[in-house]
Every structure is written in C-alpha cells, then in structure tokens.
Design a protein around this ligand. Structure first.
Ligand code: HAM
Length: 420
C-alpha cells in the first residue's frame, strides 16, 4: 500500500472534480432553502444507542456496517451511518418541536460512514444532502419533499432517473401483514441466515436479490392487500398530489428500504446509468421514530440524496454542469518591483469583489501565462520594469487575445468596468 493512499472504500475530492460536488450540494439544497427548510448541523458521531434504537437492531446498517468506538471515557460512539436519527435527536434536544411551529423543516449536508463492501458507487465514506420535516402528518408534506428532490435533479440536468413509490403501512396494519408474510416465508426452502431474517425483519427477505429466492416469492402476500383504510387513503392522496404536480413515479411494492423506522410513504430515486448501486436517493415517512428514541409522538417525513452517486449519475448521462471560472483576473509580474505592485493590485481587486489570482514564485512569463490560461481568467495583467517606467500595466483579454496598456492607477477600476 502506498503511503499516500486513502483508506479502502474512500476517495478524496480534488479540483477540478470537487467543484461538481459543491455545485451538486448547492443544487440539491437550493429548493429546500427556498421552501422553508432551515439548516441544521449535528456531530459526525452519536451514541451507538441512538442508531441501534432508531435505525433498528435488525438492519444491516446497525449489525454490520457501523464504525463504532469506545472513547477513553468509556462512551460507546458510532460514526453516523445516516442523518435522520441524529437530526431528530437534535431537534428534540433543542425543543424545536415545542416552538409551536410544526412541521419543523430542516436540511443538512455532510459525511456519512458505513462499513460496506466497496464497489462502484458504494463507499465507506460518502456524502448526503438531506431534508426532514418533523411533527406533521400531511400527505402534502410527503409530496412536497418528493417534488423538491425531483426539482433539484432536474435543475442539474438529470433526466434518466425514476421515482419508485410505496407505502409500508402503519403500526395498525403492518404487524398484521408482517405475521402473514412470516407464516408464508417459514414454509419456503431457505438458508439459515434468511430463516433468521424471517424472524427479525421479514420484509427484507422480499428484497433478496437471488433468483431462486425470488422465484419462491411469487405468491407471497402483498402489503398492498393489508393496508388499512387510513393508510390507503393517505397513500392515494400522496399519489394524487404528485400526479397533479406533473411528477412521474412508479408504484413499487417491493420497495422496502434498509432502515427500520419507515411507515407509510417510502420512495427511492434510482438512476438507470449506475449499474447495481442505482439508488441516488431515498426516504420516507417515519411516524414512530421519535417514540423509538424516547421522544413524544412526532410523525415526520424526509429524504437523503447521495452526493457521490448524483455526481456519478451526471457523468453517466454526460451532463456537464455550467460552472463559471472561479478566477476573473490573473496577474503576472515580471521582476521584483512588479511583484510588489501587482500583488497590491490583486489585493485591491479582491477587496472590490473581483476574483483574482497571482503568479506566485517569481516564474518566467511563459510558465506564468500557462497558469493564467489554466485558471480560466478572462483577463491577465502583465507588468515589468518597462511598463512601470511608463506608469502602465498590460491588460490582456484572454478571449479575444487583445492587449492594451492601461495606466497602473486605473487598472482596478478598468477591470471592474469591463467585468461589469
Ligand atoms: P439511505 O437510502 O440509506 O437513506 O441513503 C440515502 C442515499 O445515500 C442513497 O440513496 C445513496 O445515494 C447514498 N448512500 C447510501 N449509502 C451509500 C454508500 N455506501 N456509498 C455511497 N452512497 C451511499 C438514508 O440514509 C435515510 N436517512 C434517508 C431518509 C431521510 N429517510 C428519511 N429521512
């Protein structure tokens, strides 16, 4: 292993690709910020207990994928594998739900950690932008979140994504279905591990990717047939609101999701250019989570979109984001005096709000002009002894190639004028 290699299942974001990640985070969060969601940031780790109770003792995330550690003080912590439990914990701790303004609408952006088998699109450290709307049961809220994610992806230029939608029922009807499913599954020819899964998390068995298992599941009882009237009506309303908004979705009865806290609405955004790790985002309603972690009854809904996979989806579709050059002016000094003077001009430009950079390190004209080109700057300022003797600097328009002498004292003002 080379000394400079990032840990297995992780990678670094470096320029220029890193700019795309920033743009994706911005594009996903913009519709949220415009819709009443406030920014929340929570620690990168929590007490293990929070995820064990919240995400669920029977999930892969909790049993296999958490990075846990014991502190010197004896606390059991886990690097956060997801954001929902943390955000709800933080909202409860800050009593946001008691401010009389429900739902509490929050958005977040950050790093998450899962000890998964790395493969294309699946990493041990990844990045999400998420949204949670806490404390309100209203199908319009579920619809709002799905519409905003759709809007975010469209604003990025993504087209080849699909929305899968399902209802998992509530605490009335799901247990009845669960039991019916369990008694069906117990009669099948399955391996030991899957048999164990029947007892702790039977719905996950429906998600099994193996063909021989899927074949046996053809006649499995369907959750749809067990939904209570309230859940059915709720789900119909979400569907109607999405349809009215012109957001296309596919009903997917098999959509179970890998976290235990979901009730009623669940959904996933999948992208067809990504191979097996095709879920670019997912979410749903979690009406029981607050009580599961010791809080009051707070029906809530949310989603998280994976930034890494969204970038891969952009690449798969060949979408080039229109990222404006970060530098507008690049200064190239020739000689000691020029270095001092032009550095002053660059500082002045920056203070005036113009993005400027400078050829550091006393390099020759050729190398410095190469850097100027690479920076994407619209203008370069070049100056040497002879220019200063005449009180001017050379201002070059990098698009037209045109170059003209500008009085040194007016250089900043002239650039400000040209750059509008
Ligand atoms: P999740 O489906 O586990 O949901 O993750 C959401 C998204 O994070 C996935 O669709 C995927 O894009 C990305 N993601 C997950 N694991 C990895 C990985 N190992 N490598 C790369 N990307 C990954 C949640 O996390 C829920 N907290 C969403 C939610 C919010 N539900 C309600 N509110």
């Amino acid at each position: 292993m080379s000394t400079f290699q990032a840990p297995k299942g992780t990678y670094d974001l470096t320029p220029p690709r890193s700019a795309t990640f920033l743009a994706v985070r911005e594009a996903i969060s913009a519709p949220l910020r415009d819709s009443g969601y406030g920014y929340i940031e929570t620690p990168g780790f929590e007490n293990v207990e929070l995820f064990a109770r919240g995400v669920g003792e029977s999930t892969d995330i909790v049993t296999k994928e958490m990075y846990t550690l014991t502190t010197k003080g004896g606390d059991q912590l886990a690097l956060r594998p997801e954001g929902t439990a943390s955000v709800l914990r933080a909202a409860l701790e800050a009593n946001l739900h008691k401010a009389g303004n429900l739902p509490v609408k929050l958005w977040y952006s950050g790093s998450y950690y899962r000890y998964e088998r790395p493969q294309a699109g699946r990493y041990r450290h990844f990045s999400q932008v998420g949204a949670e709307a806490i404390g309100t049961e209203d199908p319009a809220l579920d619809a709002e979140l799905i519409i905003l994610a759709d809007q975010a992806y469209r604003s990025l230029g993504l087209r080849q994504f699909r929305i899968l939608l399902n209802s998992l029922g509530d605490k009335e009807c799901r247990p009845v279905y669960r039991e019916a499913l369990q008694s069906f599954l117990r009669d099948l020819d399955l391996d030991e591990e899957t048999r164990r899964r029947i007892e702790i998390n039977p719905l996950r068995v429906l998600d099994d990717k193996r063909a021989d298992v899927q074949k046996q599941l053809t006649d499995a009882p369907k959750l749809r047939d067990y939904l209570c009237d309230a859940c059915k009506a709720y789900h119909e309303e979400v569907r109607a609101l999405l349809t009215a908004a012109g957001v296309a979705f596919e009903d997917d009865e098999k959509l179970v999701r890998g976290l235990d806290y979901y009730t009623r609405t669940t959904f996933e955004f999948v992208h067809d250019g990504l191979g097996s790790q095709s879920a670019v985002g997912g979410g749903g309603r979690y009406d029981g989570l607050s009580e599961m972690i010791g809080g009051p009854e707070l029906p809530s809904v949310g989603w998280a979109l994976g930034v890494d996979r969204t970038v891969l989806a952009l690449e798969a579709e060949g979408v080039e984001l229109d990222l404006p050059a970060t530098t507008s002016v690049y200064a190239v000094p020739l000689g000691e005096e020029a270095r001092r003077v032009l550095f002053g001009v660059v500082t002045e430009l920056r203070r005036a709000g113009i993005a400027a950079d400078f050829a550091f390190g006393g390099r020759g004209l050729k190398g410095a002009m190469k850097s100027a080109n690479r920076s994407g700057a619209r203008y370069t300022l070049v100056a040497g002894e002879r220019d200063f003797a005449e009180g001017v600097v050379q201002l070059k328009d990098m698009e037209s190639g045109e170059q003209s002498a500008v009085p040194l004292a007016e250089a900043a003002a002239e650039l400000a004028k040209r750059l509008g």
